[in-house]
Every structure is written in structure tokens, then in C-alpha cells.
Design a protein around this ligand. Structure first.
Ligand SMILES: [Zn+2]
Length: 842
């Protein structure tokens, strides 16, 4: 074990001191203090996490003080929603899931996880986060890393000043989760920027820079191939400058940032294809209370010694200009690296302007991030920052412009406002896009670039005037009335999304999240342009009070079976409750400990849940309370689950399955042969005879030590219980069985069947008969279908349902491009992909 005490505590100290402080940057180690500098990040080890999922656990004591109208249930729902923001990044393979409440007196946990706790902090400090325990240096195909084994997110025990319903609390929570996942502060006004320049909102909680940062640590397939890179060096008089920030910024709004290595070399990866200005700037000097510039934790060498922060230099655009209109616009292409984007900079004592924060005026009060509605409203922002204001007026010689020119700074602007703030007015041509606008401040022959200084929009922020339950008791729907709501608006009750069912004349008809009677939820609206109803309603947001009619009064305890599990296994558990208890919403299960985590759960009946759970090998002997949460309600469970020490190595069915018949399919379906790993299954147990049940059927099984194989009978689709009896032991797991994929029944050319002896030739007109491509009789447009021979796409010109048949379609296509040789032919209709049909191209 390697304890990053220095990192964690430095970070901790920095964050809680950063009450009013400022691509992404990771927690980095360099093996050597001399070039070449190959960075080693700290990150979660996907190979060591069940289902590539890191669970977070919330301390059940909660904060000592909440805002008078807040509640622990509301707070937990907002923390869960914040974690989901990172979970939902499609280009990242890391998943984040709620693991339940942890009792304050719980023993130390064996597995990996994130602990969300509430603790004393300096007044005004809301939260901090970061890794707390690292494993030993680990190699992987994508490079070496230090595996994060435990991380912490700490909220102030006094949250009176920051209600959990506020956008500010939510964005703080998203930010701290970012730290816990391995991200440091970045300089692109993204969620991982400090609060000074952060310009994301609850309605658009991540910027491109955040997405690049997380996706580079945990890249999903093809992420790197689908994004471009920029590399170069920042130097002054030939001497490389480390920890300088380089930003790729597009006039359309995207900004992605990376910091230089100790020798001044840099590389920005994960850049969406497009055209960018690129600039190099120094990290802002540490603000009062910050321990380092932008509270960045400096990279360390093998001995744990940090690399130094550099002195300041003048900001420049590539290729070495201060006027963005003279700067180069460079094109970044997917899968390619733009090399040699070098900067030769001039040292200075400190930047003329830095740490600029901006506010908009969507209604009577100022709001950060700044949004400017160019279709009415006040077309200005207020700005404060070091060097910006002198004697209550703009610093003499200060000029401001909008990078790229989609908006323009109005004449006679900036202008004086208050002792600390100036006002900047804007104009823009009609039809200019809704996007972030970047500002360039120029003063004393230095410039300061503020990405996403404001967001240009065409509509006011949404607002909610009334939330009225509708429907029979128990009412399960509500009409949300207000202004600037549309079918694209998201409605939240506290941190729980209320699905929009329909736009109705009065507003939006939504499903009502489950909550107990007496719960008071703050109802917010989030629009796709990034604005939320809190922009205009924060002092008195819309609320909904659940009563006997709308609340769920269910009090009967749920039962879990089995309720005794040994450490070091996976198994199915069944949770049952009174009639109808799970009929509305999707419950979340948690044991409050990384010793026992839920891998996946299915509601199979209104009173029954099946779940696969993982019990960590080192789990302590203990009883863990099971919690079932649906929406804003926690359901009581009698007993909980008792963990027994891992004495004997018990055989168990794992969730690691493979489709042997069709290795290219991740799914399991009837008719295919599946292999399930059964760790600890011995030759003696196999020799004594196995019995396998799949659903209600007894199924023939073949086995080798550690694995069974069987042909999936015609069950499902849906969750199916697999039970194995081996030498007196019984084990079970839930196997998700999918529908049988589309199936190519025949291929023919001019009436002659095609098989591996009658090959295909270029220009052949082929008729295919396929089952399961769509509903019986459904017509499918030829341009929706893809016919592939290997990876080569053929030309489809006719698709017709075969009359009177059950879900058969006839397809005609021309062999237009196929390399000679054997290849599988597949037919795809959207996500439906047929089983492969082997063909030979001559
Ligand atoms: Zn931070």
C-alpha cells in the first residue's frame, strides 16, 4: 500500500482554504527528474473494480446543520445526482454507483470505494475531495498508473448557508466527485476549475474539458481515435517552463486545457475535431488562502518530492501574438496529433489581470455562471478580478474583446459599477449561435483569456409557478406550470428526475418521484441552453409537499434472502416486500459498504427484486444493513445481511459470462452456448455430479474446474435465475438473457442458394430472408439497414416484410465492396445486429 498522505493532505488543506478561490489535470508522478517526462497518473483500476464500477458510501450521520427547509433525504438525492453526472459520460468506461449509507461506527471496509463524510471545516468552506489511499504502481496496456483504492469527499458539517437544492451545492458536489475520480483543477472554466472561473451549471454540468479529463483516465473504446491531440513546448529564452497552462479554444465555445511537463513539453489529448486558437498562460498566482497557484497539487518524483511552480510569463496566442485577431486557427483532426505548437514566452513579475469572475443578471440579482439573453434582458455582465478595477473604475488602458467575434463589446464599455466590479455590455448580430463566449482582457502589454466568460442565449431562464398533483389516489403525476418550459426541459424534485410525460397546455405533465408523506421537495427546471429555474428563483424556489395522497406511506419491512453470505463470493439475493411496493420507480439497493456491493438489480414483480451481489474477499465478519431507496423514500429492511469470514474457498457462480457460440456478442440469448466462471469449482465436485437449473428447467451442463458451459434454453428475455448444485453446495446467480438476435435464414443469387461453396462476386444481387429484424409486417426503410461483409458495407435497395410470416423480412442488396476471402455477413437494423452468416467472396 502506498499512502499519498502528502497529496491528500495538501489537497485537503488547499481545498478547505479555498473559500473564494479559482483540460483537466491529473494527479501526476514522474519517475525521474530529467527528460523525457512520462507522467504516471493516479486513477481507479478498472480491472480491479467489479463491473468497472466504483461505489460511493454516504455517512449516515449527515451534516449537523442544514438549511431550515433542507433534509437529509434531499441532500442524499443531490449527491447521488452529482455522481451520476460522471457515471453518464459515455466516452469514459468508469461507472459510479451509490452503495448506501454507512453507519458512523462501521468497521474499516475491505474493498475500493469513495467515502462521503461530513466534518468540521473552516467557516465558509463547503467541501473537499481527493484520493486517500493508493496501491502499488500498476502497469496496463494504456500505461502505468497508481491505483486509487480509496477516496474521500468531505462536506462541511454545517451546510446552513448552502442548501442542497442550490445550483452551487450541486456543482460543488460534482466538482468534488471529479477530484475523487482523479481530476485536479483545470484552467478552462469547466466544472473542474475552481469556483472563481467555473462556468458550468446544473443544466449542463460538464464542459468538454471535464469530459476529456475523465475520458483520458478511463477511455472507452475508440475515444482516442475519435479525438485529436496537440503537442509542443512552452519555453522562455530556450528554457522550458513546467506547470504552464496551454489551452485549445474554439470560437464556438470549446476549451480544453493541459499543463506542461517539467521540461515545458505538453500534450493536449481528447480534443474534439475542429478549429482552435491555442494560447499559453501562467497559472494564476495563489489567491489569499490558496496554498499554490489555482490550488494545484504539484506533480511529484519517485521520492515524493514536488516539482516547482514556475515564475510568471506573458500570455500569448500561437504563434506568439497577443492580438487574437492575428493568431493562427489550427485544425485538429480525429486520431491525429498537431505537433510543434511551440511558445516562446517573455517572463514577467505577475500577470496584469487574473482570477476574473463574471456574473449575469437574468433577473433582479446576479448569477454565476453568467448568462446573457440577447433576445431581451440585460445584455451585460459584472466582472471582478485582480488588476481589473482601480478606484471603482476599469483599470486605465483596459480593453476587452470577445474571442472570435460572435458577440462584441459595446462602445463605452467596460464601465464603472461598484468598488470591486465593472460592467461590460455586449451586442451581437441577429442569429449568432447560443454558445459560451470567451473574453480577452488586455492591459499593460499583457493579456488574460477567460474561457466561457458568459453564455449567449436567446431565451430567459425557466421558472416554475405551481406544481399540482393529478390523477387518482395515490397520485403518481403532477403538472408543473411556469415560464420557458418545453418538452426538452428536465424537471427535478430535489435530486430526483421527474420524467416528463407530455407537454400540456398548462405546462409539463411529469411522473411524481416516490417520497414519504411530509417530505418537502424543491422543484427545479433545467433547460438545454444551460439555464435553470434557480437563476431566477433561488431565494424562493418552487416546492412540492407530499401528503397522505401523494406520499408513499409503505412501512412494512422488506426481507432479504439469503441473509448470510460468505466473504469472497458473488451470489444472487432476493428482496421481497408487501404487495406493490416496487411498482413505481426503480429502487436502488445498497449495503453501505464496499464489503458487499450490488452489481445489478432487477424488479421482477411489484413486490420482488432479484440482485447479484459481490462480497469482497477480505470482508470482515459483520452484519450490514440493506437499504432500499426509491426516489426520495427509504424502505425499511428487517435484519440486513450477515457476512461470514472467508474460511473455506467456496465455489460460486460468477457474473463473468461469455457467449461461446458468438464471441462477438456480449449478450447471452437462447440457443447460444454460455460459459460461466465458477471459481473454486473442483474436479472432485464435478466428478460427484452437477445439477444445473436455468429458470425452471433442468439443463445439461459440462464442466471443467472453475467453469461450466451449457446451452441456453428458450427462457426470457429478462433476468433468469441460474442455480448450480455441486457436491452438497448450492449456488445461484441472475443471468440476464436477451432476445435472440435477428437470424439470416437464407441468402440467394438468382434463385441459387449462397453458402460457403457458392461464393459471392462483386455485382451480385443478393436476396436475404431474415427473421427478427422488426415487428411482424413492419416496413423498414432500406437506408436504415446495413449489410456488412466483414467490415465492408454493401448497398441495400429493397426491404419488404414477407406477407403472412412471423417477423420475416426479405432484403435485396448488391455486393458493392468486399475483399476476396471468407468473412461473416451481418445485417443491422439500428442496435439490432444479426447473427453472422459465413460467406466466401470470390
Ligand atoms: Zn477543487
Amino acid at each position: 500500500m502506498r499512502v499519498p498522505s502528502k497529496l491528500a493532505f495538501t489537497l485537503a488543506a488547499a481545498l478547505w482554504l479555498a473559500g473564494s478561490a479559482s483540460a483537466y489535470y491529473h494527479f501526476l508522478h514522474y519517475p525521474s527528474r530529467v527528460a523525457p517526462f512520462v507522467p504516471i497518473p493516479e486513477k481507479w483500476d478498472l480491472a480491479a473494480l467489479p463491473n468497472k464500477t466504483v461505489h460511493f458510501f454516504i455517512a449516515d450521520n449527515g451534516p449537523e446543520k442544514l438549511s431550515p427547509t433542507d433534509s437529509l433525504a434531499s441532500l442524499i438525492s443531490q449527491i447521488r445526482a452529482a455522481a451520476k453526472v460522471w457515471n453518464d459520460v459515455e466516452t469514459s468506461d468508469l461507472r459510479i454507483a451509490y452503495g448506501g449509507l454507512t453507519p458512523a461506527n462501521a468497521p474499516a471496509q475491505a474493498g475500493q470505494g469513495i467515502d462521503v463524510v461530513f466534518d468540521e471545516m473552516a467557516p465558509g468552506i463547503v467541501a473537499l475531495g481527493g484520493p486517500t489511499k493508493l496501491g502499488d504502481l500498476t502497469g496496463s496496456s494504456s500505461g502505468a498508473f497508481y491505483p486509487i483504492q480509496r477516496a474521500i469527499i468531505k462536506f462541511n458539517i454545517d451546510l446552513t448557508q448552502r442548501p442542497s437544492s442550490s445550483d452551487a451545492f450541486f456543482m460543488t458536489a460534482v466538482h468534488e466527485f471529479g477530484h475523487a475520480l482523479g481530476l485536479q483543477h483545470s484552467m478552462a472554466s469547466a466544472t473542474m476549475s475552481t469556483e472563481v472561473t467555473r462556468a458550468t451549471s446544473k443544466a449542463r454540468p460538464l464542459a468538454a474539458d471535464d469530459i476529456a479529463g475523465i475520458s483520458l483516465l478511463y477511455p472507452a473504446a475508440n475515444f482516442l481515435a475519435k479525438h485529436g491531440s496537440i503537442s509542443g513546448r512552452v519555453a522562455s529564452a530556450g528554457v522550458g517552463i513546467g506547470l504552464a497552462s496551454v489551452v485549445a479554444i474554439s470560437a464556438g465555445g470549446t476549451a480544453i486545457n493541459a499543463l506542461t511537463h517539467p521540461d515545458g513539453s505538453y500534450r493536449i489529448d481528447g480534443v474534439p475535431a475542429g478549429t482552435y486558437y491555442i494560447y499559453a498562460h501562467p497559472l494564476p498566482p495563489a489567491l489569499q488562502g490558496e496554498l499554490s497557484p489555482a490550488n494545484i497539487v504539484a506533480p511529484v518524483d519517485n521520492a515524493g518530492q514536488p516539482f516547482p511552480f514556475p515564475s510568471s510569463f506573458e500570455t500569448v496566442f500561437y504563434p506568439g501574438v497577443k492580438d487574437w485577431q492575428l493568431a493562427a486557427q489550427l485544425t485538429v483532426a480525429a486520431g491525429q496529433t498537431l505537433e510543434g505548437v511551440n511558445f516562446n514566452v517573455q517572463r514577467n513579475a505577475r500577470p496584469a489581470v487574473y482570477a476574473v469572475q463574471t456574473y449575469g443578471y437574468p433577473s433582479a440579482y446576479s448569477v454565476k455562471p453568467a448568462y446573457v439573453n440577447f433576445n431581451g434582458g440585460r445584455q451585460l455582465i459584472a466582472a471582478a478580478g485582480v488588476g481589473l478595477v482601480v478606484n471603482g473604475a476599469p483599470a486605465p488602458g483596459l480593453t476587452v474583446s470577445v474571442l472570435g467575434g460572435a458577440s462584441a463589446v459595446a462602445p463605452n464599455s467596460p464601465r464603472a459599477f461598484t468598488a470591486d466590479y465593472i460592467l461590460i455590455d455586449f451586442v451581437q448580430p441577429p442569429g449568432a449561435p447560443e454558445s459560451p463566449r470567451h473574453l480577452v482582457f488586455s492591459l499593460n502589454n499583457d493579456i488574460y483569456v477567460l474561457p466561457a466568460a458568459f453564455h449567449a442565449v436567446q431565451r430567459p431562464a425557466p421558472s416554475i409557478t405551481a406544481v399540482t398533483p393529478v390523477g387518482d389516489s395515490p397520485a403518481r403525476r403532477a403538472v408543473v406550470e411556469g415560464a420557458n418550459l418545453s418538452a426538452q426541459t428536465q424537471i427535478f424534485f430535489d435530486g430526483v428526475p421527474a420524467a416528463v410525460i407530455d407537454a400540456v397546455p398548462q405546462g409539463l405533465l411529469v411522473s411524481l418521484p416516490v417520497a414519504p408523506p411530509g417530505h418537502r421537495a424543491v422543484v427545479t427546471a433545467l433547460n438545454p441552453d444551460g439555464q435553470t429555474s434557480m437563476f431566477v428563483q433561488a431565494p424562493s424556489p418552487a416546492t412540492f409537499a407530499y401528503d397522505a395522497q401523494t406520499g408513499s406511506a409503505e412501512t412494512a419491512a422488506l426481507a432479504v434472502s439469503p441473509n448470510i453470505v460468505p466473504a469472497g463470493i458473488e451470489t444472487m439475493v432476493e428482496i421481497t416486500g408487501s404487495a406493490g411496493v416496487f411498482s413505481n420507480g426503480i429502487p436502488v439497493l445498497g449495503f453501505g459498504s464496499s464489503d458487499v456491493v450490488v452489481q445489478r438489480a432487477w424488479v421482477v414483480a411489484p413486490n420482488r427484486i432479484l440482485a447479484n451481489i459481490y462480497v469482497a474477499p477480505g470482508a470482515a465478519s459483520q452484519t450490514l444493513p440493506l437499504q432500499v431507496v426509491n426516489g426520495l423514500k427509504s424502505f425499511p429492511v428487517s435484519g440486513g445481511i450477515q457476512v461470514q469470514p472467508n474460511g473455506s474457498r467456496r465455489a460460486y457462480l460468477s457474473t463473468s459470462t461469455q457467449n461461446i457460440s458468438y464471441p462477438s456478442f456480449a449478450s447471452i440469448f437462447p440457443g447460444s452456448t454460455v460459459a460461466i466462471n465458477v471459481p473454486n469449482l473442483t474436479a472432485a465436485q464435478i466428478a460427484a455430479g452437477l445439477q444445473l437449473n436455468v429458470g425452471d428447467l433442468v439443463v445439461p451442463v459440462t464442466a471443467t474446474p472453475g467453469q461450466i458451459q451449457f446451452n441456453v434454453p428458450f427462457v426470457g428475455p429478462g433476468p433468469v435465475v441460474v442455480r448450480l448444485a455441486a457436491g452438497g453446495e448450492s449456488m445461484s446467480i441472475v443471468l440476464p438473457v436477451e432476445a435472440v438476435p435477428p437470424f439470416i435464414i437464407s441468402l440467394s443469387v438468382g434463385g441459387t442458394p449462397v453458402d460457403t461453396t457458392r461464393g459471392l462476386r462483386q455485382g451480385d444481387v443478393v436476396t436475404a430472408v431474415v427473421s427478427g429484424l422488426g415487428e411482424p409486417g413492419a416496413s423498414i426503410a432500406p437506408n436504415r439497414l446495413r449489410v456488412l461483409i466483414g467490415n465492408a458495407e454493401q448497398t441495400v435497395f429493397l426491404v419488404s416484410p414477407i406477407p403472412g410470416s412471423a417477423a420475416l423480412h426479405q432484403i435485396q442488396f448488391v455486393v458493392t465492396s468486399a475483399p476476396p476471402g471468407s468473412a461473416p455477413l451481418t445485417i443491422q437494423n439500428g442496435a439490432l445486429i444479426s447473427l453472422p452468416f459465413p460467406v466466401v467472396v470470390r
